[in-house]
Design a protein around this ligand. Structure first.
Ligand code: NAP
Length: 276
């Protein structure tokens, strides 16, 4: 068995590759900049010539769609046609983006395939995510989510679910994935304060400011659509906990506190400046 992992260098693809290797499954790690490793293959959504060679010999596919694209189906459709007959596990989102619904329906209609729909990633508080940059530089979580709660999930738990789904005989059309509890950004800030020993607070910003913030990492049209999700969250769209992670992996989903402890250095603000 060989699994092609698109987004194989990313938050979910990297831990998935490790889990598959650990159970003796061959992996093909797709990347625009493949490492000098025989398991790595050059793959670019915007270069369809790379799709066929990446799929060659792979029976299953983990699909991370093109990042920051409002309507990914036209880019992904030729790939899906080439992947016909293979089990595809698509990384979707609990949040609803109109153009992404078409891709989701397209994959769910493929025999044996499934869609994972996770809530917000705990990794948004670490690494290059704009929220994480504000956190590390100023101890502030800037969003337009108000008191809306999110069932924060560790990307490693999504990878564990993907691994379980790829190994399963039968799968559902989709799984809604969350962590073990829901937390508002203010509640997440309180946990980060406790774990890092430095003050962290939530700052409510307008949707326009939120879109500007996200433009640091994403194209402007997608940043605007993503900012609008904050309004849904404020209204409770992600105030939801499912048992899919424990059901499919046989162990509890990681809590936000555990994640913050394990990644303390990456989510710690600078010390307060000394007076005078
Ligand atoms: N962050 C959240 O809270 C959240 C919540 C729910 C769902 N999601 C979904 O999760 C997905 C992954 O998001 P992420 O931020 O965690 O990203 P990620 O998976 O950590 O990184 C993006 C991956 O995509 C690859 N990639 C980027 N451009 C590519 C291109 N043109 N062709 C081929 N591969 C390309 C990158 O590989 P190379 O750079 O090596 O090419 C990288 O491995 C997104 O679809 C997002 O909608 C995120």
């Amino acid at each position: 068995m060989t699994v092609l992992i698109t987004g194989g260098t990313g938050n979910t693809g990297r831990p998935l590759a490790a889990l598959l290797r650990a159970r003796g499954v061959a992996v093909r790690v797709a990347s625009r900049h493949p490492a000098a490793d025989p398991d790595h293959v050059r793959f670019d959504w915007s270069d369809p010539r790379t799709h066929g060679p990446a799929l060659d010999g792979a029976e299953q596919v983990y699909l991370v769609p093109p990042i920051g694209t409002l309507n990914p189906l036209p880019l992904v459709e030729p790939f899906l046609q080439a992947a016909e007959g293979r089990r595809v596990v698509l990384l979707g989102a609990l949040a609803v983006f109109p153009g992404h619904t078409e891709l989701r329906d397209r994959v769910a209609a493929m025999a044996g395939s499934t869609v994972l729909r996770p809530s917000g990633f705990m990794q948004n508080f670490t690494g290059p995510h704009p929220v994480a940059v504000d956190l590390r530089e100023r101890g502030v979580l800037r969003t337009a989510t108000g008191n809306g709660r999110v069932g924060w999930i560790d990307a490693a738990d999504i990878a564990a679910v993907a691994d379980a789904v790829l190994a399963a005989d039968e799968v559902a059309d989709e799984y809604l994935l969350t962590g073990p509890e829901t937390l508002s950004h203010a509640e997440a800030a309180a946990i980060l304060t406790e774990v890092t020993g430095r003050p962290v607070r939530h700052q409510q910003i307008s949707l326009e400011e939120r879109a500007r913030q996200l433009t640091a990492a994403l194209p402007a049209d997608f940043a605007t659509a993503l900012a609008a999700v904050d309004l849904d969250i404020r209204r409770g769209s992600e105030d939801l906990v499912t048992t899919a992670v424990p059901d499919l992996t046989g162990r509890p989903a990681r809590s936000f506190r555990e994640f913050a402890r394990a990644h303390r250095a990456e989510c710690t603000p600078p010390p307060a400046p000394r007076p005078g």
